[in-house]
Design a protein around this ligand. Structure first.
Ligand SMILES: Cc1cc2nc3c(=O)[nH]c(=O)nc-3n(C[C@H](O)[C@H](O)[C@H](O)COP(=O)(O)O)c2cc1C
Length: 315
């Protein structure tokens, strides 16, 4: 079940996704953390953040909307209190999700994490508004994305994973920009901007009005994005968006992902990550797949590769 990317060896390609698994340690009594390839922490900022007022979560058809507002304890408390207990699970890699509202915010968090022990990699959440550029998300602005990654890479003493925003016209272009600026791997993708309205009260269902859609509702779009990103770059891609069953994970691997992250599924079943790690192993056994890594990019296309992606649209 081993997979390797960006110089990291994982015991399983199943990783808990940011924002759905606390700082990892909260799950120690319900999940065998050492069965997972790793956990990605909730997004960490330079200073603690209280997040948005409730309601912050809304169930939707086959998914969930969230606008948590990036609530977190801040990098200092994370390093002092949340990270040290994870040393009890050395096989479970700790990937720290990093965000900020300016480039310097990101670099400040990375600088402090560089001095901490027990972190395997950084995952940059670039779906945040760039306050120095009128609030457009870093991940939706080619120049801002390139500049941020080009500064973050030499500042990082650990592998740098960039988590792309799906709210863009061309995920392949964003993937190429990150790879060109030095990213070691990509996570594809974050939540899709979305909204729900209570028609009786005529009010938005989230206090923040809009939020991010996740869960099985986004899976086919996320699989397409992983496919396009993996076609566009040669650095590894971590796939996510609606993974619930082992077959879902295999779909992402065949599309080109080296590993998968599991988010919303943990809300329905807090043991979903471990269940998936075990389920994927059984799936490989029952399909005579000796090494899970051999599934990556195993998609067999009916038409010759290299066809412009846009031309393969239906409808
Ligand atoms: C409640 C919640 C909080 C999240 N917080 C973060 C976060 O802090 N940073 C981040 O990069 N992604 C965050 N995400 C996005 C997930 O990590 C993941 O990319 C997305 O939900 C798609 O995967 P899923 O369908 O398996 O949930 C969050 C998602 C949810 C549902």
């Amino acid at each position: 079940m081993k997979v390797t990317f960006a110089g990291l060896e994982l015991v399983s390609p199943v990783i808990a996704a940011s924002g759905t698994f606390g700082y990892g340690i909260e799950f120690e009594e319900i999940v065998s953390l050492e069965r997972l390839g790793g956990i990605v922490t909730k997004g960490i900022s330079l200073e603690p953040m209280p997040g948005h007022a409730s309601p912050r979560l809304v169930q939707t058809a086959s998914g969930m909307l969230n606008a948590i507002g990036l609530q977190n304890v801040g990098v200092r408390e994370y390093i002092e209190k949340k990270l040290p207990p994870m040393k009890r699970y050395p096989r479970c890699r700790v990937i720290v999700n990093v965000f900020g509202y300016t480039e310097d915010d990101y670099l400040g968090v990375i600088d402090r994490l560089n001095q901490a022990e027990g972190v395997a990699a950084y995952e940059l959440n670039v779906s945040c508004p760039n306050v120095s550029a009128g609030g457009m998300a870093f991940g939706a602005d080619c120049a801002a994305l390139e500049h941020l990654v080009a500064r973050a890479k030499p500042a990082s003493t650990r592998p740098l994973i960039v988590k792309l925003s799906p709210n863009v016209t061309s995920i392949g272009q964003m993937a190429r920009i990150c790879a060109g600026a030095g990213a070691d791997a990509l996570s594809v993708a974050n939540t899709f901007r979305a909204m729900a309205i209570d028609v009786e009260t005529r009010q938005p269902r989230l206090s923040n009005i809009t939020g991010g859609l996740s869960g099985p509702a986004i899976k086919p779009i996320a699989v397409r994005m992983v496919y396009e990103a993996a076609q566009a770059v040669s650095i590894p891609v971590l796939g996510m968006g609606g993974v619930v069953t082992p077959e879902d994970a295999v779909e992402f691997l065949l599309a080109g992902a080296t590993a998968v992250q599991v988010g919303t599924a943990s809300y329905a079943d807090p043991r979903a990550t471990e269940r998936l790690a075990r389920g994927l192993e059984s799936w490989c056994r029952s399909h005579s797949v000796e090494r899970v890594a051999s599934l990556t990019g195993g998609l067999e296309t009916p038409h010759p590769a290299g066809l412009p992606l846009e031309s393969s649209q239906a409808g």
